[in-house]
Design a protein around this ligand. Structure first.
Ligand code: 5GP
Ligand code: ZN
Length: 116
């Protein structure tokens, strides 16, 4: 499994930095964002260090399915499924990515503005 000792999310995954997962399985963990942008703001990330969705390959199909399953389960656990929620992933500098370890923001608990 790819691991980058300099990466903050790899360090949370390995337990080097404490981060209490709100949900986890063999492939994925979910943690609360340190700077929440909504009443519920959870980050769903693979345990493995992958830079962004742009680096996913066909061999990561099971991982991609596991990440989306985790997003659904986190949303249900946080009671976001009744009113709805948003799942976002940023890619690279212009995409606004600040941590180069693939993660999906699960946001909810308030009305979110349309992106359009
Ligand atoms: P990005 O900007 O890369 O899409 O999202 C990175 C997110 O990680 C940001 O929302 C930021 O608040 C969050 N974050 C950065 N460092 C930490 C940390 O050490 N712990 C947690 N839980 N979240 C972090
Ligand atoms: Zn990492």
């Amino acid at each position: 499994m790819r691991h980058d000792p300099e990466c903050i999310f790899c360090r949370i995954v390995s337990g080097d930095i404490p981060g209490q997962p709100v949900w986890e399985d063999d492939l994925v963990i979910a943690i609360r964002d340190i700077q929440p942008q909504a009443p519920a703001h959870i980050l769903v990330l693979p345990r493995e260090h992958i830079r962004s969705i742009h680096e996913l390959t066909d061999s990561d199909e099971a991982l991609a399915a596991a990440v989306f399953r985790a997003c659904r389960q986190v949303a249900a656990k946080e009671n976001l499924d009744q009113h709805g929620y948003r799942v976002v992933t940023n890619v690279g500098e212009w995409g606004g990515q600040t941590v180069d370890h693939l993660h999906f923001h699960v946001l909810g608990g308030r009305q979110l503005r349309s992106l359009g």
